[in-house]
Design a protein around this ligand. Structure first.
Ligand SMILES: [Zn+2]
Ligand SMILES: [Zn+2]
Length: 259
C-alpha cells in the first residue's frame, strides 16, 4: 500500500512547483496490472496534480472528502464531468460523512452539475455516494479507516469540522490530520497510537488559527515529532524540521510505503 502526495501546499499556495494537499492511496490488486486507487480529497488543483503523477480521472475507484474547502473539493466537478462525458461514465465511489453530503451538493456542486444531457442531475448521477459515520468509519481494499471529526474553523457562532483519517494498514497505522487546529489534548491519543503521522502545518508570520502552526507543533514531545511528517504548508522558506526533531516536510510527489 502506497500513499503519494499529489501536492503538499496550502489552499492558497501559488508555488510553481507545488499543488494543494491531495493524496493518492494505491493497493496492488491480484490479477490486475492496475492498482486500486483512492483519492483523498480532490481540490481545484487536482486535474493538474494528478496528471503530473500520470493519472486520469478514471484511474480512481473512490474519492474520500474530508471537508468542503475548495482545496479539498474544488476538483469534483471536473472529475464528475470528465468521467461522465469523456471516460464512458466511469463511476467513482464518493466517500464522505453524512453531514457533508447535502451541503456538498447544495452549496458547492449543484450550480455546475445539476443540468446535464440527462436533464436534472444529482450527486448520484455522477458518483456512487457512500455516506459515512465517524462511529463506523469505512473499509477500502482490506484496510479499515477510522473517521475522526477534528475542529478546523472555530468561531463564536459555529465550528467547521474536518474529518481526519486514521488508517489501519497491515503493518503500519497512520494518522492523517487533514485540516485541523492545533489541539494537543484531543489529538494526543491518535499521535501516540499511530506509527506515522501526516500533519497539516502552517508556515509564515500569520497564525490563521485554523491549522496547526509550525511554532505550535515544535512544542510537541520528541517521540511524537520523531514520527511526524509535515504537509499543507505555504510557500515560505521552510525551517529545518529535521533539526527540530520532525521527520521533515513532505515534498510534492513523495510516496510512503504503508505496508
Ligand atoms: Zn486545506
Ligand atoms: Zn480547510
Amino acid at each position: 500500500m502506497k500513499l503519494t502526495f499529489a501536492g503538499t501546499g496550502s489552499a492558497f499556495c501559488m508555488a510553481a512547483d507545488n499543488f494543494q494537499s491531495n493524496m493518492v492511496l494505491e493497493v496492488e490488486q491480484p490479477g490486475s496490472d492496475q492498482p486500486a486507487r483512492l483519492l483523498i480529497d480532490c481540490g481545484s488543483d487536482a486535474r493538474h496534480s494528478l496528471r503530473n503523477l500520470g493519472h486520469m480521472p478514471n484511474d480512481f475507484d473512490a474519492v474520500y472528502i474530508s471537508h468542503l474547502h475548495s482545496d479539498h473539493i474544488g476538483g469534483l466537478e471536473w472529475m464528475a464531468f470528465a468521467n461522465y462525458f469523456i471516460f464512458e461514465g466511469h463511476r467513482v465511489k464518493l466517500l464522505a460523512v453524512h453531514e457533508l453530503i447535502d451541503p456538498l451538493w447544495e452549496h458547492s456542486l449543484r450550480g455546475g452539475l445539476e443540468i446535464s444531457d440527462k436533464g436534472n442531475s444529482c450527486l448520484s448521477s455522477y458518483f456512487d455516494v457512500q455516506s459515512l459515520t465517524p462511529k463506523d468509519g469505512f473499509d477500502w481494499q482490506e484496510m479499515h479507516f477510522d473517521v475522526i471529526p477534528v475542529e478546523h474553523v472555530v468561531t463564536t457562532q459555529n465550528t467547521m469540522m474536518s474529518y481526519a483519517l486514521f488508517g489501519h494498514g497491515k503493518n503500519k497505522s497512520f494518522f492523517l490530520t487533514t485540516d485541523a487546529i492545533f489541539n494537543r489534548d484531543a489529538h494526543m491519543p491518535l499521535y501516540r497510537k499511530a506509527d506515522i503521522i501526516f500533519q497539516d502545518c502552517e508556515l509564515g508570520p500569520r497564525h490563521s488559527g485554523v491549522h496547526a502552526h509550525y511554532e505550535q507543533l515544535v512544542t510537541l514531545p520528541a517521540e511524537i515529532k520523531a514520527k511526524m511528517w509535515l504537509y499543507h504548508y505555504q510557500a515560505y522558506a521552510k525551517p529545518d524540521a529535521v533539526a527540530d526533531g520532525f521527520c521533515g516536510f513532505i515534498e510534492p510527489g513523495q510516496s510512503f510505503d504503508l505496508g
